[in-house]
Every structure is written in structure tokens, then in C-alpha cells.
Ligand binder design. Structure first.
Ligand code: FES
Ligand code: FE
Length: 450
């Protein structure tokens, strides 16, 4: 039995279990584990903040969160994206309280200190009288987020100044982001504001559900089959490839049963196809022309899905990015972005946006299905018997539903380890192995030295 403590013995036991593909259920919602995750995972990995089209002009800003750290993301006069801790240096209150906007400078609502777009303290109310000459304003600028970087317009932040650069962290996932975000001239743009809401869920379960689990689709979203939107075939979300890349990231390239396109280029207007071909390599074009759904994740808490949506004759495609912000072991704040090709016709963009609102997002039918399951997982995970109950992640290179052993498909045109089905635990295992590697780093160093 695994004890619900964080001593070294318990961790060794946890390690052994995980090497067998078994994940103890208490780990999902344990408060001590949660504290470790905040420090050791979210304190050192890259987290998604915004898309560059949310910050169009000098002075544009958005406010975001990296778990508990408030972030003020600003475009300065030089056109650079800067990230600051959104907390006044005087008494610490939240400096900017709006979600987004455009400002020349930021004035604190408490005592009125002002900061410019470069985070410098430029104004103190009655400064000369209250502080005299000794106050050196240059020492009281806003704290910068240690690392802010972007790839294909996606802006990420990292709280660890020593962490590897973003592009190295993304690794082979960049090749797939080039398809999703770089296929069109001008890239993608965010439409509307990111929607957000709170769900009863653990971040590990929500991240896994999107990044690694097409297997749930045929049951959880059964209503889409009953409505005639999805096929009856229970394997329908399993055709295609599941690809494991570095650092716990992964992507599922779901196709039709034949491996051929259900509709070419995900139902995008055919006028856009030559542009896709021009901007992609032949291998990337081969994948995009035949895919039905891309769904995957960047560890720890960014997920994305790019589906075909609608009915014959009115098909469209969009890209949904979502960030799972943990706000406790049993709660996530979901942040949900709609992205579309900047170069797409306006009426197509609008139709795709309406399709997105009806499927994902807080009022979407698919979203409701998943949200209910996530809540039920946390509700049952705290019981005494959960301490030695393990979840099965053994479906990796093992026998799949009585078929042949699943081995990587060397002929897949993209990078990473590609398995020829998406009903597989390969990405889940990689996420959980990465989880364990990160939370146990330096944990028992002192004991080991003795
Ligand atoms: Fe911001 Fe005092 S807390 S000016
Ligand atoms: Fe789902």
C-alpha cells in the first residue's frame, strides 16, 4: 500500500508503480503533491500567456496568470512584448485590474504610483513632499517575468531564469505548430476575447484529457454519434497517429478510417490550399491535407484542438488553445482562445467562430460532457481506499484490444515517436513520467548525501 505521505520511501514506491504504468489515484488531488507541483513544475516550465494578435499596438496590454503569479503583458513603444509581475512595488496591490486595453502608462489604484510601458516607476503622488530627494525611483520599477518568448505568435512565460529557452523546450512540437499556426500568410489571429471559467477538476486530468486521450471521445461524446455528427464506429477517433515528443508534449493526428482525407485540408476554402502548400514542407502538407482532427498539448498546462466542424457543405476548421490554470488541487480556471487563419475569408471566420462556440467553450456541448467527468474524478479521489488504488496506463507498446502489438510507425512523415493509433497511453505515460521527474527533482538530495 502506498502511504499518503511524501517521504522518500513513498516516492520510491510511487516510482516503481509508475514504471509499471500504474498511477496511484490519490496523487490526483493530494494537497501536499499540489504544493510540490506549483513549485517544481509551474515554477520551472514554460506556460502559455497570449497570442501576439491580442497585443496589436504600442500600449496594448493583457493581464494573465501563471498559476498564482499575476502577469501584465505589454507591448512597449519599441514593439517589444514585456511581461511584468502585475503587483505594485509600493504596497503590493494588483496594479492593472482590467483584462485588456491600451494605456500610455499604468497608475496604481491604491496610492497612485505610475509606471511606463517599460515598467519604470515614473510618477509618485506628492513625491517630493512625501519622500524628499532620497527616493531613487529607478530602484522601484516593476519586477519583470524572468523569461518571455514567443513561437509562431504564441507568447509564453517562464518563472525560472535558468530554464532552457522556449524553442528548445518545445522541441519537435515546433514542427507541428508550424502546420497549425504557420500554414497561412500572416499566421493566425485571435477572434474575440479568451473565455474563461472555473471547473471542478485537477489540472493533470484536464491536460491529459486533451493532450493524450482520444479514447474517451466515442463514449463521453456519444451524443455526437446519436446526432449523426460522428460515425457509429467505436474506433473512429482512434485512426491516425499518436506522437510523443520531448518534455511531456504530444499530438494526435486523427484521420478517417482509410487514412485518407474525410475532406481535404479540414474543410477550409479551396482558395487557401495553394497558400498552405507554399508555406509548408511536403511532409507537413501531406499531414494537413489528410487530417480530420489535431489534438495535443504542451506540458504542463496548454492544450489545443483543431477539428473539422459542421455538416457537409458547411464545414470549417478552427484552432482552439486552452490553458488549464490550477487554482487548487480540485479546481482549474480554464482559459480558452479561438484562433483562425488571418488570410481566411471573413464569412468563413464568422461561421467557424459560431461553430466553436457551439462545441467548445463554456456553453459548448462537447465541453459540458468533459466537465462532468473531470468533476467526478476529483469527487471520488480522496477516499481512504484510493490510497492503494492505481490507474492503468499500460496501453503503450502493448497489445491493443486484441490486435497486434503497437510499435512506432517509422514511415510517419513527422518528427517524434509516432504510433499508428491514437487509442494509446503513450502521451499520457510521457506526461506522467515528466511529472514525476519534475516533482522529485532535488527532493531527497540531502538524504542521499548522508
Ligand atoms: Fe500601489 Fe501604493 S500600493 S501606489
Ligand atoms: Fe472530450
Amino acid at each position: 500500500m502506498i502511504k499518503k505521505t511524501l517521504d522518500e520511501k513513498a516516492f520510491q514506491l510511487l516510482k516503481e508503480k509508475m514504471e509499471q504504468g500504474l498511477f496511484p489515484q490519490w496523487v490526483l488531488t493530494d494537497p501536499d503533491i499540489y504544493e510540490l507541483e506549483i513549485d517544481k513544475i509551474f515554477g520551472h516550465t514554460w506556460q502559455f500567456l497570449a497570442h501576439e494578435t491580442e497585443l496589436k499596438d504600442s500600449g496594448s496590454y493583457v493581464t494573465r496568470w501563471m498559476v498564482n503569479d499575476p502577469v501584465l503583458l505589454v507591448k512597449n513603444r519599441k514593439g517589444e512584448i514585456k511581461g511584468y509581475l502585475n503587483s505594485c512595488t509600493h504596497r503590493g496591490t494588483q496594479l492593472c485590474t482590467a483584462d485588456h486595453g491600451n494605456k500610455k502608462n499604468f497608475t496604481c489604484p491604491y496610492h497612485g504610483w505610475s509606471y511606463n510601458l517599460d515598467g519604470e516607476l515614473i510618477g509618485i503622488v506628492a513625491g517630493n513632499k512625501v519622500y524628499g530627494e532620497e527616493m531613487d525611483k529607478s530602484e522601484w520599477g516593476l519586477r519583470e517575468i524572468p523569461q518571455v518568448a514567443s513561437y509562431q505568435g504564441m507568447i509564453f512565460g517562464c518563472l525560472d531564469p535558468a530554464a532552457m529557452p522556449l524553442e528548445e523546450y518545445l522541441g519537435d512540437m515546433k514542427w507541428y505548430f508550424d502546420i497549425l499556426l504557420g500554414r497561412s500568410d500572416g499566421g493566425m489571429e485571435v477572434r474575440g476575447l479568451p473565455q474563461r471559467w472555473v471547473a471542478k477538476a485537477n489540472w493533470k486530468a484536464t491536460a491529459e484529457n486533451f493532450a493524450a486521450d482520444p479514447y474517451h471521445v466515442q463514449t463521453t461524446h456519444r451524443s455526437t454519434v446519436e446526432l449523426g455528427i460522428s460515425p457509429e464506429d467505436p474506433l473512429y477517433a482512434g485512426y491516425g497517429h499518436q506522437i510523443v515528443t520531448e518534455n511531456g508534449h504530444g499530438i494526435n493526428v486523427i484521420t478517417s478510417k482509410t487514412g485518407k482525407a474525410r475532406v481535404p485540408y479540414q474543410g477550409t476554402p479551396d482558395s487557401m490550399w495553394p497558400m498552405f502548400k507554399k508555406n509548408l514542407t511536403p511532409e507537413q502538407d501531406e499531414i494537413l491535407s489528410g487530417v480530420t482532427v489535431f489534438v495535443g498539448g504542451v506540458y504542463p498546462n496548454l492544450s489545443f484542438v483543431s477539428p473539422i466542424h459542421g455538416t457537409e457543405g458547411h464545414l470549417h476548421n478552427y484552432l482552439n488553445f486552452r490553458m488549464w490554470r490550477p487554482i487548487g488541487p480540485e479546481k482549474v480556471e480554464v482559459w480558452c482562445w479561438f484562433l483562425i487563419d488571418k488570410a481566411a475569408p471573413e464569412e468563413y471566420k464568422e461561421a467557424a467562430y459560431r461553430g466553436y462556440l457551439g462545441s467548445f467553450g463554456p456553453t459548448g456541448t462537447l465541453e459540458q460532457d468533459d466537465t462532468e467527468t473531470w468533476a467526478r474524478i476529483v469527487e471520488v479521489s480522496k477516499g481512504l481506499m484510493m490510497r492503494d488504488k492505481e490507474l492503468n496506463y499500460n496501453n503503450v507498446s502493448n497489445y491493443l484490444m486484441g490486435f497486434d502489438r503497437v510499435e512506432p510507425d517509422e514511415s510517419f512523415p513527422g518528427p517524434g515517436i509516432a504510433y499508428p493509433t491514437t487509442y494509446l497511453d503513450a502521451i499520457s505515460r510521457s506526461m506522467h513520467e515528466n511529472w514525476f521527474k519534475l516533482i522529485s527533482k532535488d527532493l531527497f538530495v540531502k538524504e542521499a548525501v548522508k
